[in-house]
Write a new protein. Sequence first.
Length: 448
Amino acid sequence: MPSVYIKTYGCQMNERDSEAVAAQLVAKGYSLAATEAVADVILLNTCSVRDMAEQKALRKMENLIAETRRRRPEVVLGFMGCVAQSRGSELIERLPDVDLLVGTQKLHRTAEYLDEIFAAGRDKIVEVAAEEGSQGAIREHLLNGNGRKSVTAFVSIMQGCNQYCTFCIVPYTRGEERSRTISDIVAECRELVAQGVKEVTLLGQIVTSYGRGDIPARNGKSPFVQLLEAVDAIEGLERIRFTSPHPKGYGDDLVEAYGRLGKLVESAHIPVQSGSDQVLRLMHRGYTRARFLSIIEKLRRVKPGIGLSTDFIAGFPGETEEDFGQTLSLVREVGFDQAFVFKYSRRRDTPAAEMPEQVSQAVKEERNQRLLETVNELGARQHQSFVGRRVQILVEGPSKKNPARLTGRTRCNKIVVFEGSPQNYGRLLDVAIQRAGTFTLHGEAAQG
């Protein structure tokens, strides 16, 4: 059977999609190539949220056609994911050497399409239509990489988004919200635990919208909190994380769950995007700065040591220097542990792309840099406060930068690197923190 290499661009959901597709391919007899240089099939799982990611994928495919296809004319080349979905047949017109286009609701059929290509002698396949039930089709996992079992796993709980933020292309590439059943998600989590997984991260475009319109609230608890309760009850599971929520989804029931559910870690990634009410209105975010700050206050009241991270967009259309100053002041007021900062990226077919007062590239870059510096300064200060403390981590495996050392995460999502034995993989371990980098802690296993 042919070998396949998958290169992934973008978010954790794309990483999860690629893993599921790879697992499905392996189940059908395909092998996974270590590099694209030896692969019979090269698939690019694409992201279109930001223009840079989309352009990188397009340039990569152009290079594959020019170099790999020239040396190995039999290699099969394909796009998967959001760019395939948004551009469709237009991609084939631009890059006629591409053999396969698989949209976001057809990813689970990738192995079938490759079977057809090899059987038919490379007829092109373009599949970007919607498919009912596709939200439940991404459930396979690859849990035995590098000769060791995975300790953590991502679990997709829904697809799509109904928010329609004015800057975002996701509702057009992922479709409307479609949620899996609680029983199906719990069954997948139980299977993962049986294979050695200790921590699951529940994934969705907006996880706090899970089950909306399909699952009724019960005893004042939203469908998402009901799901958290069900996953929390799984024997053998140690930790639960989720990403990404929306500030609008942080009702009192979810805040209260942090204090009540022992496996739900004290960590929250809540994308705020801007500290200016004016910009938030233009973005169609549906909350104010004051509402966001009230959520943070409530979370810290329930879990004083909660780790907080967020997303920001610098240079959104109409953003003034005063608006940007309000974002900087929000960063300082909240004291985020970490933030992902992006320059506004104009995406076709989104309302923001046609808004007046587009901010110049130079201004976007300057604001992006100032925001990054502020975030990094505060993040480093937060990490420095852990020096001298003893923390519990879940040991995930060898450090990426130094495989001779081990790495794990605290419940509040701090990465910790330390000296230790591979026998500690998958264990909860106390570590004494000795020093801190900007976003990494260093320590040694605590004695006694």
